[in-house]
Design a binder for this molecule. Structure first.
Ligand SMILES: [Fe+2]
Length: 251
């Protein structure tokens, strides 16, 4: 993709970037009401499970919010945004539909100051597209950080860019941008929806505010529509799948 230089008349070519989608949902007050009115069965204590803090409903077996009838308007809205994201990526959407695989609450209570991350870097390996919706978050909402997890294409000079990520005097970088940063932080606001590739590494900073941060996360798979049986790309519709066990008692 061609982009203009801020400094010269040169044409710059941006190659192999990652696209993250962020939008504020117009129906946030309606969705906030729906999520905060869920029955107690959908909530959990973040401090349970082996004495550790487990902020995500995944650790508590609560992964099926998308089956909750009162949340249907939210998931229909999510699907519209997934379509917009895919079209921004240059994909055709007329042959696909999306499957909600998992969806769960993430409840981050105020942290101990010595805990730098509420959630360490991870990805969602089963997912084509992952999402987070910020239901009820403090003004100083902790950032979600995305990590390259690999050497950047522009890392021409090896350690020339950074000697120490935590000390700006030990870096040749004058301005952080997507060409020289291995980590990128997004500070979402209440009502924001983020969409990103499921394989993308990300982490969440500790919640240093005074109140709970409530978000919802989920994983999506893209499948072809039922009638699409003559294409060489894409997963077939789940309606065509045959489910078999793996004979796990053989050995
Ligand atoms: Fe995650």
């Amino acid at each position: 993709m061609k982009i203009e230089s801020k400094f010269t008349k040169a044409t710059l070519h941006a190659l192999f970037p990652t696209l993250i989608y962020q939008d504020q949902l117009d129906q946030h007050s309606e969705f906030h009401q729906a999520f905060t009115s869920l029955d107690d069965e959908h909530f959990f204590s973040p401090s349970t499970a082996g004495g550790k803090r487990h902020h995500a409903g995944e650790y508590h077996g609560r992964i099926l919010l998308h089956k909750e009838p009162s949340l249907r308007p939210f998931f229909e809205c999510l699907a519209l945004h997934v379509g917009r994201y895919l079209r921004e990526l240059g994909m055709r959407t007329d042959v696909f539909e999306m499957q909600c695989l998992k969806s769960w609450l993430v409840l981050c209570d105020p942290e101990d100051e010595d805990e730098p991350e509420a959630m360490i870097a991870h990805n969602h390996s089963c997912s084509d597209i992952s999402w987070v919706y910020y239901v009820d978050v403090p003004e100083d909402c902790p950032a979600i950080q995305f990590h390259a997890g690999r050497k950047l294409g522009n890392q021409l000079f090896e350690s020339g860019f950074h000697f120490d990520w935590n000390d700006s005097t030990k870096s040749a970088v004058k301005t952080f941008n997507c060409w020289n940063s291995e980590t990128w932080s997004i500070h979402p606001k209440q009502g924001d929806l983020l969409l990103f590739p499921g394989h993308q590494l990300h982490s969440v900073e500790a919640n240093y505010s005074k109140r709970r941060r409530t978000s919802v996360a989920g994983d999506i798979a893209l499948t072809l529509r039922k009638q699409q049986k003559d294409l060489e790309y894409g997963r077939t519709s789940p309606e065509h799948w045959l489910t078999l066990s793996l004979g796990d008692n053989e050995h």
